[in-house]
Design a binder for this molecule. Structure first.
Ligand code: PFF
Length: 456
């Protein structure tokens, strides 16, 4: 009828901030950050991670904001509009693939969180000890039916939110619950830091020993930075396509990266003192969070209530992160392939569930499908490894090359300064210095180093 439908945007600057933070803050902070830091030796890994956020994460986030808000399209459509008829749109296609890969294992871990919430409500963690905490985690992941059921529940919740169009409501909830999660983690910290032997955990987290740092650890820190900030795969492009014209994207990127890193650090400060206080291994892997948090709250006044609150808020954080993950294919399928948003959400949920089961049944070697491996990795680890350590950094590298060498500087200045309204000349110079020379070089060096071509 010739009526151009106005594309929806977030309602205000604050809504943008919380939605973007809702994508960044999730299982990455509470589950992945602590266990990777534990597996890769602590302080030195942390330092490399901070550098990755600063020199790679921030410039890429800003680049994605530029691409999304300028074109107001899904990841594939945005790149096609910026560079019509060129292969650059493959960055978006790779992004859609990454978001599926992440969903497959993320929905599994989110299922454990929902299950733990249910168990906490049922009082299963009252009087928990180190031994029972370990056995309970083993029972949860081995199932085999219960983890699949909880994964299904997570996916149904995410699909329900998307298809019922209650997303705006969820944004409101996030705005109130995110600060609550923050406060609760600080309570965990106070408890953990006053446990006997807590100092050893602090020492582990902050003592920098570069002798511990392998090429694989550096790649893991880089991959974690991408995963944490939801970068290199179109999520931030898609979200920024809903930003308002008034958003200051520089300050948004810095605020999101800082807040996200703060949440991760606070989670680390709750987990490592507990690990050392109870004589556990920091290298325990994906079970680290699930084995320590019940211990943090045990023998504490209102411990079970706080434990319920903790898993409830973690479940919310995981769910909002998943909503942003699913938004990449949903926006793509509905805008480029003519599907309805509802149909796209349901299709994505079905694929996520079917393939996600493979991840859930291969969490470790003793799992039902744990014997099936590719390059030594089972499905769960494979989906995680390919997305975080290959596709996302590769997407990031291509975005840096596109922005640094193929987009006109005036266009970038105009968009980032909100068409001259913001005075950001100095910041733009720093941005271009990073995106042209520092970010791509670092990415290439880490890649080459990881495949053993270049010895650092
Ligand atoms: N950033 C999320 C987390 O740290 O839990 C994970 C994530 C969400 C990655 C959305 C990618 C994404 F598109």
């Amino acid at each position: 009828m010739g009526v151009v439908k106005k594309r929806e945007t977030f309602s205000s600057g604050l809504a943008v901030f919380f939605a973007t933070l809702g994508s960044a803050v999730g299982l990455g902070n509470i589950w992945k950050f602590p266990y990777l830091t534990g597996q890769n030796g602590g302080g030195a890994f942390l330092l490399v991670y901070f550098c990755c956020i600063l020199f790679v994460g921030l410039p890429i986030m800003l680049s994605e904001f530029y691409i999304g808000r300028k074109t107001r399209k899904n990841a594939v459509g945005a790149l096609e509009e910026l560079k019509p008829g060129t292969p650059w749109k493959n960055i978006g296609i790779m992004g859609v693939a990454s978001s599926y890969l992440i969903m497959f294992f993320y929905s599994c871990v989110a299922g454990w969180v929902y299950y733990y919430l249910f168990k906490a409500i049922s009082g299963d963690f009252v009087n928990v000890t180190m031994e029972t905490a370990k056995t309970q985690f083993g029972d949860v992941i081995m199932g085999p039916l219960s983890p699949i059921l909880w994964q299904f529940i997570v996916i149904a919740v995410v699909a329900g939110i998307l298809t019922m169009g209650v997303k705006k409501g969820i944004e409101k909830i996030t705005k109130t619950l995110m600060p609550l999660l923050f406060i609760l983690i600080i309570i965990c910290d106070i408890r953990a830091l006053t446990l006997p032997g807590a100092a050893e955990g602090i020492q582990f987290l902050f003592h920098v020993d570069f002798g511990q740092l392998s090429a694989a650890a550096i790649l893991a820190a880089l991959g974690l930075a991408f995963f944490k900030l939801s970068l290199g795969m179109g999520t931030m492009m898609t979200y920024s396509s809903y930003f308002t014209e008034e958003n200051n994207m520089f300050s948004m990127a810095v605020k999101v990266a800082l807040s996200d890193t703060l949440v991760s650090m606070l989670a680390g400060l709750a987990i490592f003192p507990t690990v050392f206080s109870f004589g556990m291994e920091p290298t325990a892997g994906p079970g680290l969070l699930f084995m320590t948090i019940p211990l943090v709250f045990s023998q504490m006044p209102f411990g079970n209530l706080l434990l319920i609150a903790f898993f409830f808020l973690t479940a919310i954080a995981a769910t909002t992160a998943m909503l942003s993950l699913v938004e990449v294919p949903v926006a793509y399928l509905s805008e480029e392939k003519g599907m309805s948003r509802k149909g796209a959400a349901i299709l994505t949920a079905v694929i996520m569930f079917i393939v996600g089961i493979l991840a859930t049944l291969s969490v470790d070697k003793t799992s039902m499908l744990g014997h099936i491996t590719f390059f030594g990795l089972g499905f769960f680890d494979l989906f995680d490894y390919i997305s975080s350590n290959v596709f996302m950094p590769l997407g990031g590298l291509l975005i840096a090359l596109l922005m640094g060498y193929s987009i006109k500087r005036e266009d970038v200045v105009a968009e980032l300064s909100n068409h001259g309204k913001l005075k950001i000349a100095g910041l733009v110079n720093v941005y271009f210095l990073l995106i042209r020379y520092v970010t791509p070089v670092l990415l290439i060096v880490v890649f080459l180093n990881a495949i053993g071509i270049l010895k650092m």
